[in-house]
Design a protein around this ligand. Structure first.
Ligand code: ARG
Length: 456
């Protein structure tokens, strides 16, 4: 088959060489973006009197027909035509005749592919932002149910201090809020048109780049044609923002996995988000959470991959840049899927309130209360810490907890202790009293939830 760029060549490459260079197997994902870019370009060519309106009409009708066929999945792409741009151009020429060959006036595949990527990402980032927000709403709804559900808070994965379960859930809300913010901020660097930059140097035709940008809904145009065709920062940034998001989802996934183990037994995932074992009949596995934790690896990999691809690339376009696509498509697919699954998993999970309540009554996570109590009565905190530590040790020996200690033992340890200590040691009181700004006290958690709702 003759190549659209075949004029200068005496012989063609063998098929296996073509296959190595072709990107059509994956860049067909850009079919709609590519057609939209062409529609905007040819309209602009008409407006600027670079092409006669009869040609423009014909080309536009051909492009619209291709769009319909694309939507119906009826286009048949071929490796011989290398990539989405040449495939579509060939199809256009087959459809409307040689006039189709006028579409590429004042344009290069270099600004064309960059335009496609900007268009693609702009739409997908909007979708990602919506999905993050949906998940945040679910988190807030669960948090509202569990403001007064006590739970153990951990450091070093050792019981530390009792907390409101809602407080724990809301921590993830704020991580997602930052993720959302980063994606939103990145839009101003995605929403720029490279179209009209040509191969690298601009064009001799009297084009109007602002007009084609306007047709495509871009807010801005690149100021430098070489930068326009060489820039892949916006994709690196997307992969970086996605990596941060996946880091957060992965931490949450790890907790979901721990919490649904028999050892923790803090939650039970809904059957619809769990799987069984082919051999062990009793198993109910948190596969979805594990997969999200695992898929974090591929998103980080995609980021490292593209950073490495662009490192040391001379200006302007280089074929290396074709490697920007699969990682980006894969990342979009992965984060969209992960967000949808996580939202459903958290919305349908059953929180074991009783078990959480029991847990904080059978540990030493109220020890800080005793130390704070003594410190408030004037004992230097270091001494209060020591006294409390000794009492914890005594309890461990006797196999019970601080609330089980008789008053005589407490007073023998330090005479400042009075009978009101038992109220102070209650986990409920311990949480309620942590009323410092952003703390786990119920009032603070309610304030936090109210603030969160203003962001949704
Ligand atoms: N398939 C190419 C890519 O994805 C399109 C741009 C090709 N440009 C070129 N001069 N070979 O990067």
């Amino acid at each position: 088959m003759t190549k659209l760029w075949g004029g200068r060549f005496q012989k063609s490459a063998e098929q296996w060489v073509d296959e190595f260079g072709a990107s059509i197997s994956f860049d067909q994902t850009l079919v709609i973006e590519d057609l939209d870019g062409s529609i905007a370009h040819v309209k602009m060519l008409g407006d600027c009197k670079i092409l006669p309106s009869a040609d423009v009409e014909l080309i536009l009708s051909g492009l619209e027909q291709l769009k319909i066929s694309a939507a119906e999945n009826k286009l048949e792409f071929s490796i011989a035509n290398e990539d989405i741009h040449l495939n579509l151009e060939k199809m256009l020429i087959d459809l409307i005749g040689p006039v189709g060959g006028k579409l590429h006036t004042g344009r290069s595949r270099n600004d064309q592919v960059a335009t496609d990527m900007h268009l693609f990402l702009k739409n997908r980032v909007g979708e990602v932002i919506e999905l993050i927000e949906l998940f945040q709403k679910t988190l807030v709804a669960q948090a509202e149910e569990h403001v007064e559900t006590l739970a153990p808070g951990y450091t070093h994965l050792q019981r530390a201090q009792p907390i409101s379960f809602a407080h724990h859930l809301m921590a993830y809300f704020w991580m997602l809020e930052r993720d959302k913010d980063r994606f939103k901020d990145s839009i101003k660097r995605i929403d720029i048109s490279p179209l009209g930059a040509g191969a690298l140097a601009g064009t001799t035709f009297p084009i109007d780049r602002k007009l084609s940008a306007e047709y495509l809904g871009f807010a801005n145009v690149y100021a430098n044609s070489m930068d326009a065709v060489s820039d892949r920062d916006f994709i690196v940034e997307f992969l970086s923002n996605s990596s941060m998001l996946m880091a957060h989802l992965s931490r949450f996934a790890e907790e979901i996995i721990l919490w649904s183990s028999s050892e923790f037994n803090f939650i039970e995932l809904d059957d619809s988000f769990s799987t069984g074992s082919s051999i062990m009949p009793q198993k109910k596995n948190p596969d979805m959470a594990e997969l999200i934790r695992g898929k974090t690896g591929r998103v980080y990999g995609n980021l490292m991959g593209l950073l490495t691809v662009i490192k040391g690339l001379p200006l302007a376009y280089n074929k290396d840049m074709q490697e920007d696509k699969e990682g980006m498509f894969d990342t979009v697919h992965t984060i969209v899927g992960s967000l949808k699954i996580f939202e459903g998993m958290v919305r349908t999970m059953d929180v074991h309130k009783e078990r959480l309540h029991d847990t904080v009554h059978k540990d030493f996570s109220n020890a800080t209360e005793l130390a704070d109590y003594l410190a408030a009565k004037g004992l230097p905190f270091r001494e209060a810490h020591e006294v409390t530590g000794k009492l914890v040790f005594l309890c461990i020996q006797r196999e019970y907890f601080l609330l089980d200690l008789p008053l005589e033992d407490l007073q023998e340890a330090n005479s400042l202790i009075e009978s009101d200590i038992y109220d102070v040691l209650s986990p409920l009181a311990a949480v309620r009293r942590r009323n410092s700004l952003g703390g786990t006290g119920f009032d603070q958690v309610k304030i936090q939830i109210a603030e969160a709702k203003t962001l949704l």
